[in-house]
Design a binder for this molecule. Structure first.
Ligand code: PLP
Length: 371
């Protein structure tokens, strides 16, 4: 099998798995208890928080553990946009549904939300943002990297504009953390969401960076965990493994991303040599290993299934129901012509892929298209 869907999820790193083991079997104490059996667990929690903070240029006390990217996005937005406060929220048209659907829910409470368009590369342009923002804007949420086309957004420029208008800035960095350098200070963001399973950590664990001093409502009330604003007994084993995976991914980032760039080149070159008529989606500045293409007169859903029969896992740029294949909101937002849009697929190579995977996936795809 060739797994080329790393934007959907990644394999748990073996060292991360080993790091979780003692906290499942031996060191199972509750971190909140005062006895000495809890000491190692408390220390592991503290170390994991510091490790994660150091990977993104934050302070340890600015890292709040959550159940993943969806929860982090929900908390960032719902914790700031409260019913009764009619100030505006601005987001983009190409966010993940963990942001877009939260926006729909706050709109139902009467909170206004504006969705910024993007250019053909999927970039939120500062000029469009400048004309939409005012001093009545409370929160801006724009993703750091898009999950379909991999485009990396100009977050530091957008955050600067937001701050000039007194707005807070949240970024969904779920696709970026562990794959490209992320530094919350350089980005200038107030909140940042991340998810363990996107960078070879476990599923069901993530974190939200909340800049010190940011006033946010608790996500879950209960015990005093996570400074009393995200209560619930900590998922120690997963938190420890997430920290281990993130440290490892940050340390090998340059080597892995160089390999992934070579793989992108091999894939694209193989497709070009075969004369395939396609559009490559996204920007030059994108998540390493992300290849999103729209193939003329093809059907992404059917390509996915045919590749599956050959033991290759990829993803489409569409959501299929029993009647229609609906082109994704991202592919619509970047204006891909109809005759190409239905044939959109996403290949996302990751740290576990080897260079020959690129030519094998491309060759399999060409064979299917020729049939
Ligand atoms: N945000 C982005 C950009 C994503 O790609 C995803 C997952 O696909 C999420 C949020 C949701 O993360 P999780 O699966 O950890 O809830």
């Amino acid at each position: 099998m060739i797994y080329a869907d790393n934007a959907a999820t990644t394999r748990l790193d073996t060292d991360a798995f080993e790091a979780m083991r003692p906290f499942l079997l031996e060191e199972y104490a509750n971190a909140s208890q005062p006895y000495s059996f809890s000491r190692n667990v408390k220390m592991a929690l503290r170390d994991a928080r510091s490790t994660i903070a150091s990977c993104i240029g934050a302070l340890a006390e600015e890292i709040y553990f959550t159940s993943g990217g969806t929860e982090s996005d929900n908390w960032a937005i719902k914790g700031l946009m409260r019913p009764g406060d009619m100030r505006l929220m601005i987001t983009s048209q190409i966010e993940h549904h963990a942001v877009l659907n939260v926006c729909l829910s706050i709109e139902r409470l009467g909170i206004p939300v504006r969705r910024l368009p993007v250019n053909q590369e999927g970039i939120v342009e500062s000029e469009a943002f400048q004309t939409s923002i005012s001093d009545q804007t409370k929160l801006v949420s724009v993703m750091l990297a898009n999950n379909e086309i991999g485009t990396v957004e100009p977050i530091s420029a957008l955050a600067e504009i937001a701050h000039q208008h007194g707005a807070l800035f949240h970024t969904d960095a779920v696709q970026a953390v562990g794959h490209i350098p992320v530094d919350v200070k350089a980005l200038g963001v107030d909140l940042l969401s991340a998810s363990g399973h996107k960078f070879n950590g476990p599923k069901g664990v993530g974190f939200l960076y909340i800049k010190k001093g940011t006033e946010i409502q608790p996500y879950a009330n209960g015990g005093g965990q996570e400074s009393g604003i995200r209560a619930g007994t900590e998922n120690i084993a997963s938190i420890v493994a997430m920290a281990c995976a993130l440290r490892k991914n940050c340390d090998r980032m340059i080597t892995v991303s160089e390999r992934l760039s070579r793989m992108e080149h091999i894939f694209i070159h193989t497709l070009n040599q075969a004369g395939i008529d396609y559009i490559r989606n996204g920007a030059d500045n994108h998540i390493p290993g992300n290849i999103n293409i729209s193939i003329r007169d093809a059907n992404g859903e059917s390509l996915l299934h045919r590749l599956d029969l050959k033991g290759i896992c990829i993803s489409t740029g569409s959501a299929c129901d029993s009647v229609n294949t609906k082109v994704s909101h991202v592919i619509q937002a970047i204006g891909i012509p109809k005759e190409y849009a239905q044939g959109t697929i996403r290949i996302s190579f990751g740290a576990d892929n080897i260079e020959t995977d690129a030519s094998e996936v491309a060759t399999a795809l060409i064979e299917i298209l020729r049939k």
